[in-house]
Design a protein around this ligand. Structure first.
Ligand SMILES: CCCCCCC/C=C/C(=O)SCCNC(=O)CCNC(=O)[C@H](O)C(C)(C)COP(=O)(O)OP(=O)(O)OC[C@H]1O[C@@H](n2cnc3c(N)ncnc32)[C@H](O)[C@@H]1OP(=O)(O)O
Length: 310
């Protein structure tokens, strides 16, 4: 513990703090708007691999839900920044660092969810702090866990709050979950390419992440960017949609676990190339921006089974 005041770092105060439960209610319309936000049917409006996320001939209750839709449950708790006693940071300098998602059963096309929110980690990296928030989501009235998200937020300028000879480091989850992956040196088994639209972030934000970093040029400049950047979860949505199409035979329920680390920013309008390697039931992936030949996202997806044609 460094001090007792609320304005300086106080690990006792912080670790004892209970984060409030939140609710997230969604329906088929939210599911379809989300799918459009991560590029479904963006290149071909009748692509049967993607139309199923947006439209169903027998009624919208039959549309399929992408597993990354689960990440939206975190928005109410995180986008404006959390008010944490004993730890201060500037929310305008927050960047999304990593996302880890476990899906325990296929997401329904509508639901009322109760989210149990907790602090999962805080690390002092000197120039930055790394804050991790875990959200376990239950369908209202049920004890059954539907999904779990762990969001890592990279807080620029918020490091150096603890003793530099023994920097503060707290993590309450298994070390093997969501580790940064090693990209194989071999050729990828599959490669997929998809262009984002110049308006991609403006469309994606309608799913509930209204942070002006993604829409307002003045706010983007204050945060250090020449123009608004794409939401990390939008890039992740594009990558996982490509993996479902190319590796899971288009079955979104095949995905069990998703891990992704945001390596550098993506600007709306850029083309995303996702490279995939298969290691048993794990797909290692890396997404690059074609125009800058830069890796922007890497991670893995654990799946329930593999297509025999791969
Ligand atoms: C649901 C919303 C959540 C809240 C989000 C808040 C608002 C923002 C929303 C967004 O969507 S922002 C867009 C998506 N994110 C990005 O574009 C970020 C892309 N990544 C980067 O720009 C850089 O990776 C970085 C995060 C600025 C870090 O680069 P930097 O060069 O400063 O770090 P390093 O010197 O390499 O590493 C220092 C230290 O930190 C660890 N680390 C590095 N990157 C990450 C990361 N992405 N996630 C977690 N941890 C990271 C790295 O391992 C080093 O630690 P040690 O190895 O020294 O222990």
């Amino acid at each position: 513990m460094a001090a007792t005041s609320d304005s300086v770092f106080n690990s006792d105060l912080l670790l004892a703090h209970k984060l409030p439960e939140t609710q997230y209610t969604y329906n088929e319309r939210d599911v379809a708007i989300y799918a459009l936000g991560i590029g479904a049917c963006g290149q071909d409006a009748v692509d049967s691999d993607e139309l199923k996320y947006v439209y169903h001939e027998n009624g919208q209750e039959f549309i399929q839900v992408l597993p990354t839709f689960a990440s939206l449950v975190t928005l109410g708790s995180l986008t404006k920044g959390l008010d944490l006693p004993g730890f201060k940071y500037d929310p305008s300098l927050m960047l999304h660092g990593q996302q880890y998602i476990e899906i325990y059963r296929p997401l329904p096309s509508k639901a009322n969810l109760i989210n149990k929110v907790s602090l999962a980690g805080l690390q002092d990296k000197g120039k930055a702090a790394i804050l991790e928030i875990e959200i376990k989501s239950y369908e209202q009235g049920s004890e059954e866990l539907l999904c779990m998200n762990r969001t890592t937020v990279f807080l620029r300028g918020a490091g150096g709050f603890s003793n530099s000879s023994q920097p503060f480091s707290y993590k309450n989850y298994p070390i093997n979950q969501g580790l940064a992956v090693k990209i194989p040196k071999t050729q990828p088994a599959v490669v997929s390419e998809e262009r984002t639209q110049l308006s991609q972030a403006l469309l994606y934000r309608l799913s509930g992440d209204y942070n002006p970093l993604h829409s307002d040029p003045k706010v983007a400049k204050v945060a250090g960017f020449p123009r608004p950047i794409l939401h990390g979860l939008c890039t992740l949505g594009f990558a996982i949609k490509a993996i479902i199409k190319c590796v899971c035979k288009g079955d979104p329920t095949a995905v069990k676990t998703i891990s992704g680390r945001f390596l550098t920013t993506v600007f709306p309008g850029e083309t995303l190339i996702t490279e995939m390697w298969l290691e048993g039931l794990r797909v290692i992936y890396q997404t690059k921006v074609k125009e800058r030949n830069k890796a922007v996202l890497s991670g893995y997806v654990d799946i329930r089974g593999l297509s025999s044609s791969l």
